[in-house]
Design a protein around this ligand. Structure first.
Ligand SMILES: C[S@@+](CC[C@H](N)C(=O)[O-])C[C@H]1O[C@@H](n2cnc3c(N)ncnc32)[C@H](O)[C@@H]1O
Length: 386
């Protein structure tokens, strides 16, 4: 199973989910787990893919807040326990190790213990010189503080009248389950490109007892964002005076494109919607920060200094923004991007190409790039308030 096989598989799975082709979706998931059994993916993934498909099949029957039955949990534990056994594929080893750690150390049905396990795993990764891809530790605290403060509810409307919270970039489900646990009456919809990560996230969501509160959608944000509103309106016909999200958490490198689509499709509550973005310093998100925090922004924004759970000495920023106006001023903001930030934006796009497409950058380059980004953004008046 190559990366491009998985990309194609992800697109097919997305279409099945979007068109409610449940049996086709399930048979495709079984084919992926068969590939894992044959050694084309790490062996432990077979149990995860089967568990996630079974939970999806039974989801309608599971009362909200309930745990999957023992008959499904037992083979999951057994399959993941042998996930260290080698296979031809080295991919997803870190994610399987994370899953195994959570299943072994957290309590089923207790999201707080699952979140603690994520953090402990992240700190362990840090002690071996690796980094964690999820928002744990101070990042999780900043995210939850922003979301708990929440959008003001104009006219006394409650959050249940919106679609709830949207997350772009699920990874293994850490932030989605923290959000659902912290905001009990709020539905969380989260988007993930990679079908294997979708299965891992769905597994951890089910293990935490949060199936009824979180929906993980397979697919690329550029393809899913335009479909979200129609799909959710169809799904929740009893809704909803405001067919939009009251809050959005952006956690993938591609903020400008996602924000432009969110605005084009009116997905964020027009006045008072909360928009949080992670990694905006380490990815040097210059034009995005100018859009949400520059002088002509249609948001009121605060930039918050946070650190990586795997390395507390590594500074990053999150932006927390509240939408203020009915209409997007995206275009005028981008036109007004100062030359120094426009140059940083070009640099960040080149850097992204090297990190994501060309296979990475040297160990010293990332911190150097972050220092350069911090100095440039600070000179432009963007940064955490002291
Ligand atoms: C930083 S991780 C998200 C971490 C997660 N929010 C957490 O804190 O637990 C980013 C994730 O976004 C996914 N991703 C990247 N581009 C995407 C896109 N265009 N649409 C959906 N998911 C995407 C990646 O596969 C990766 O799993």
């Amino acid at each position: 199973v190559t990366a491009s096989d998985l990309d194609s598989f992800g697109i097919l799975l997305m279409e099945c989910e979007q068109r409610d082709l449940h049996s086709l979706e399930l048979s495709m998931s079984r084919r992926l787990s068969a590939a894992a059994r044959q050694g084309d993916l790490p062996l432990g993934l077979a149990a995860v893919l089967d568990f996630s498909a079974d939970v999806r099949q039974q989801q309608q029957e599971l009362p909200p807040g309930s745990l999957p039955p023992e008959s499904l949990l037992r083979p999951l534990f057994a399959g993941v326990a042998c996930s260290h056994i080698s296979s031809r594929s080295l991919s997803y080893h870190r994610e399987l190790a994370l899953l195994r750690y959570v299943l072994e150390t957290a309590q089923p049905g207790h999201p707080a213990t699952v979140a603690e396990a994520f953090d402990a795993f992240g700190r362990n990764l840090g002690s071996t010189g690796s980094w964690a891809k999820f928002a744990g530790g101070s990042k999780a605290m900043a995210l939850l503080a922003a979301m708990r403060a929440g959008p003001p509810a104009p006219g006394g409307q409650s959050d249940s009248e919106t679609f709830g919270v949207l997350e772009i970039g699920t990874y293994c489900g850490n932030s989605a389950l923290r959000l659902a646990a912290a905001l009990p009456s709020v539905r969380v919809t989260t988007l993930e490109l990679d079908p294997v990560l979708v299965a891992i996230a769905r597994t951890l969501v089910a293990f935490a007892g949060l199936c009824g509160a979180i929906e993980v959608w397979t697919g690329h944000s550029a393809l899913l964002i335009p479909r979200l509103k129609r799909r959710l309106v169809e799904r929740f016909q009893t809704l909803r005076s405001r067919p939009c999200f009251s809050a959005i958490f952006m956690d993938r490198w591609g903020y400008d494109k996602d924000l432009a689509l969110i605005q084009e499709h009116g997905l964020l509550q027009q006045a008072g919607g909360v928009l949080v973005a992670d990694n905006v310093l380490t990815t040097a998100a210059a034009s995005f920060l100018w859009t949400v925090a520059g002088p002509t922004a249609s948001f009121v924004s605060q930039v918050v200094a946070v650190s990586e759970v795997a390395d507390s000495s590594q500074e990053d920023w999150m932006s927390v923004s509240v939408s203020m106006s009915q209409h997007s001023e995206l275009q005028s903001c981008l036109e007004a991007l100062p030359p120094e930030l426009a140059e940083l934006q070009t640099e960040t796009e080149r850097f992204r190409q090297r990190v994501i497409v060309d296979g990475g950058v040297g160990a010293e380059e990332k911190p150097a790039f972050t220092r350069h980004a911090k100095a440039t953004l600070t000179r432009a008046g963007i940064g955490p308030s002291t």
